[in-house]
Ligand binder design. Structure first.
Ligand code: NAP
Length: 395
């Protein structure tokens, strides 16, 4: 299997590359890492020291170059920032290369779904939002819905708990652009059978997770699950699909402060006759700050990061009220050392391998529409994730 990872030097992309090269993945013969920055690509290649790895410099907005590079590749993971998703999909369509991405922050996902007919016609499969959330969240919701005769509501949560001394240097858990958009944009939730816009970080709820997570405050943010699940589960009668995020206090504080300063608004700034893109500047500053501190000592090595995804699905089975609560847990295991964000990068790697094995039919699919839930769970358990399912029935 020849698999390309666009944005492969990024937080999630580099995790996908490492999973593809790991013993958890079999049959991967080539991993092509594509990015804009030759130095970053070369550094990653040197660190990996694996003959399966090759690199190509390309910008995701340069469709012609992408088409040339992607021809003959059996799956392309697009791990670049989601605003290039449509362009990369067009390139994959032309190169006839199966496509996968990490989500489209609701609105881009809606646009991407409109390409379904063209992907079917050309015989090319595409999976949208195949990370942790969206991704595993959609698949857990589908699994629970499949067990029920009808579904009333789906409530999704994602929370991170950091144990041990927190890093003194701010290391974003994922793309700073996405993080700040989550803290500044109105989100869309499906409530009482309709799509509703709600303020960023509203709907605060204290959720009681199993140890070591405990009680964590979760709140609405903009996410892609709401762009697909209300439609995928329509036949089951679903009337509510919501998404809430719960992050450690230091991330909340930094994100809220940056939004308050103005970084949440993507507008250019004129400074001394120069035009500056604030988020380009911020991204470069954060990266430089991390690198400067890494020269002194590792910035994150003492932290132990746990992550939990909870999907609560309420419905009816055999005329009885029945609820499913499914927790997917990532612990800070030794096996994940050196792999960024395994909770997100591993589902993407699993999905890319399903695409390359032609297990996904042509078309543009949300994960809940195309992934075999049992095969997915097997792959996640192999990678040492915990999946805990509890069922309650009212007699
Ligand atoms: N579904 C989920 O669970 C989940 C979780 C986390 C993140 N995400 C999404 O995943 C995406 C990537 O996140 P991340 O945290 O990995 O971000 P990141 O660390 O900023 O990585 C983005 C990568 O894309 C590259 N890139 C950006 N623009 C590009 C372009 N025009 N052409 C080629 N390469 C380009 C960057 O390289 P250079 O800038 O060096 O060129 C970088 O390597 C984001 O859209 C984020 O929202 C999804």
């Amino acid at each position: 299997m020849k698999i390309a990872v666009l944005g492969g030097t990024g937080i999630v992309g580099s995790g996908v590359v490492k999973d593809l090269l790991s013993e958890w993945s079999s049959g991967v013969s080539q991993v092509l890492i594509i990015g804009r920055n030759f130095k970053k690509l070369e550094n990653l290649k040197q660190t990996l020291r694996d003959e399966k790895v090759s690199i190509e410099v390309a910008d995701a907005t340069d469709k012609l170059t992408l088409v040339r590079i992607l021809r003959g590749i059996e799956a392309c993971v697009n791990a670049a920032q989601y605003n290039v998703n449509l362009n990369v999909m067009e390139a994959c369509l032309e190169a006839e290369t199966p496509y996968l991405d990490l989500g489209g922050m609701y609105y881009t996902t809606l646009e991407q779904k409109k390409l379904h007919g063209r992907f079917v016609e050309r015989g090319v499969p595409a999976i949208l939002g195949m990370g942790s959330a969206p991704g595993s969240t959609n698949i857990l919701a589908k699994y629970a819905a499949d067990q029920l005769d009808s579904v009333e509501k789906v409530n999704i949560y994602d929370a991170i708990k950091v144990i041990g001394p927190e890093s003194q240097v701010f290391v974003p858990p994922y793309s700073i652009r996405t993080l700040l958009e989550e803290y500044s944009a109105e989100s869309v939730q499906f409530i009482d059978g309709e799509l509703r816009k709600v303020p960023p970080c509203s709907g605060k709820e204290i959720v009681d997770f199993p140890p070591p997570f405990g009680k964590i405050e979760c709140y609405y943010t903009l996410h892609s699950e709401i762009a697909t699940l209300p439609y995928s589960l329509k036949a089951k009668g679903v009337k509510e699909v919501t998404w809430k995020l719960g992050q450690p206090d230091y991330i909340k504080k930094v994100a809220a402060s940056l939004v308050a300063v103005g970084f949440g608004v993507v507008k250019k700034v004129r400074l001394n006759n120069m035009v500056i893109e604030p988020l380009d500047f911020l991204e470069a500053l954060i990266q430089q700050n991390i690198e400067e501190h890494q020269k002194i000592k590792s910035v994150t090595s003492e932290e132990q990061s746990y992550e939990i995804i909870r999907v609560f699905v309420a419905g009816r089975k055999n005329n009885k009220e029945t609820n499913y609560t499914i927790d997917l847990i990532k612990e800070p295991l030794k096996e994940y050392e050196g792999i960024n964000d395994p909770m997100t990068s591993m589902p993407a790697s699993i999905g890319a391998q399903m695409l390359a094995r032609r297990e996904i039919p042509p078309g543009v699919w949300a994960p809940e529409e195309c992934i075999d839930t049992n095969k997915f769970f097997e792959e996640m358990i192999k990678r040492r994730f915990k999946i805990i399912c509890s069922i309650s029935t009212m007699f």
